[in-house]
Ligand binder design. Structure first.
Ligand code: ADP
Ligand code: MG
Length: 429
């Protein structure tokens, strides 16, 4: 077979041997011996592998490409996923991977584009058949945290051994865990302060103030105040936890928002009078029906109006207004609470609905605030698929605007999007 394969060079060699004998007087026996020697060498030379022929030395490994089934599985994964060969070269990147790591393309070494010593080590281990999982922080732009799984993949039907690298984005999960821990720390701290005050007073009543009825009265009044503060805090915490449990159930009863506002405003009149603030209510086109939970909507406007009175009392005026805005989707009912106090500077606005977030902690405590009022408002509005917008100009006051779908519109009507202060996304904690 080898001789047949080399027939052309052998034929030329034979021709050369004949010509050498005829024209250059080489002895015919010598020519024949030379030809036979070459033919023998040809017959004994090892055959080159077919697919090795394309490479210069035949020493480079064969490139393996993942088969269609394997790629289809990787493509269907929601997480950025790469298929590498055992040399660490990307052979396939699914859509999520191309989006998250655009610079890592097929044909490139993954560890050159995603630079992490742990990834390099994991790839080395995976090539030897070992599985690894590690955390990877990507610091370009907003920091993202991934849990990376590196696995050796090989089965009889596949075209060869591969390494599967899967990036699971855990940024949000970690942020929620951190918020939860912060929340417990904040709540404990808020409860510990009045508790410490009460304990200290009990010691004083037992000791120094034992026989001093005047001091005793004063201390009991402080104890009462601190106990009330703890009660308010526990009430708010329970409200939040109840709201969280019902976060995904949208209320379905028809409520007249005009009536709710009138009741809240009436209830707030004594506080307004104490603070020297005049409240006005402008509720045109009553009744304005919305789908909601009456008690919860009451709580929303109680919080907003109380804040306006307490924090905006220097403006001496508070305007509560409500109107219906017709739209293709069936219309909105927009209720607003505007005060003319000191206002809130821009950097605080996006954070106001966070739990325990206060612009001025001392002023909030002094005004019997828990820092949970607007967090409760946000939770209630999220459940109602409603929106909260906050506008404020420093020194001029603040407007808190609630947009709810009008009841006649049916449950599908949605408030328009844009510019809202986080009332639409679900509860984080
Ligand atoms: N109308 C307002 N004017 C100025 N600041 C406000 C107003 N409403 C809320 N704030 C600020 O937002 C913070 C959070 O409000 P809230 O969640 O109701 O908590 P608090 O229990 O302190 O009232 C308040 O502590 C206050 O600093
Ligand atoms: Mg409040």
């Amino acid at each position: 077979m080898r001789l047949a394969a080399a027939r052309l060079p052998l034929l030329l060699t034979a021709l050369a041997a004949v010509l050498a004998s005829v024209y250059f007087k080489v002895p015919p026996l010598l020519s024949l011996a030379a030809f036979l020697l070459i033919a023998l060498a040809t017959a004994m030379a090892p055959r080159q592998p077919r697919n090795g022929r394309r490479f210069s030395g035949g020493a480079r490994p064969r490139i393996l490409w993942p088969d269609t089934g394997m790629k289809a599985v990787a493509q269907s994964l929601p997480h950025p996923t790469f298929i590498l060969d055992t040399g660490g070269i990307v052979r396939f990147a699914n859509a999520a991977a191309s989006q998250a790591f655009a610079q890592a393309r097929a044909g490139d070494a993954l560890s050159m584009t995603i630079r992490s010593p742990r990834l390099r080590e994991a790839l080395r281990l995976a090539a030897a058949g070992q599985e690894t999982t590690f955390e990877f922080r990507e610091r370009s732009g907003a920091e993202l945290v991934y849990v990376v799984s590196v696995r050796h993949v090989h089965h009889a039907a596949a075209s060869g051994p591969f390494i599967l690298v899967l990036f699971e984005d855990v940024t949000e999960r970690q942020a929620i865990a951190r918020m939860r821990a912060d929340f417990v720390a904040n709540a404990s701290h808020e409860l510990r302060t009045p508790l410490a005050a009460v304990s200290a007073i009990i010691d004083t009543l037992r000791g120094a103030a034992k026989d001093d009825p005047v001091a005793q009265d004063r201390f009991l009044a402080i104890m009462h105040e601190q106990a009330e503060r703890m009660r308010r805090l526990l009430d708010d915490l329970l409200s939040l936890s109840r709201l969280e449990m019902r976060a995904h159930q949208r209320p379905s009863t028809q409520v007249d928002l005009g009536q709710v506002l009138r009741r809240v405003v009436d209830g707030m009149k004594p506080l307004a009078a104490d603070l020297g603030v005049a409240i006005s209510l402008d509720a045109e086109g009553e009744p304005l029906m919305v789908l909601g939970d009456e008690d919860e909507l009451h709580q929303v406007f109680e919080n907003l109006i109380e804040n306006g009175l307490k924090y905006g009392s220097s403006g001496e005026r508070l305007e509560v207004a409500m109107k219906r805005i017709p739209s293709a989707a069936g219309g909105l009912v927009v209720a607003s609470v505007t005060d003319f106090g000191p206002g809130i500077s821009k950097e605080h606005l996006p954070r106001l609905t966070e739990r325990f977030y206060r612009v001025d902690v001392a002023s909030s405590r002094e005004k019997q605030g828990t820092g949970l009022g607007l967090a409760i408002v946000k939770h209630i509005l999220t459940r109602h698929r409603a929106r909260l917008d906050i506008d404020s100009t420093l020194g001029r006051g603040a407007t808190f605007r609630v947009s709810l779908a009008a009841a006649e519109a049916g449950p599908e009507a949605q408030p328009p999007s844009g510019g809202q202060v986080g009332a639409q996304e679900p509860a984080e904690v």
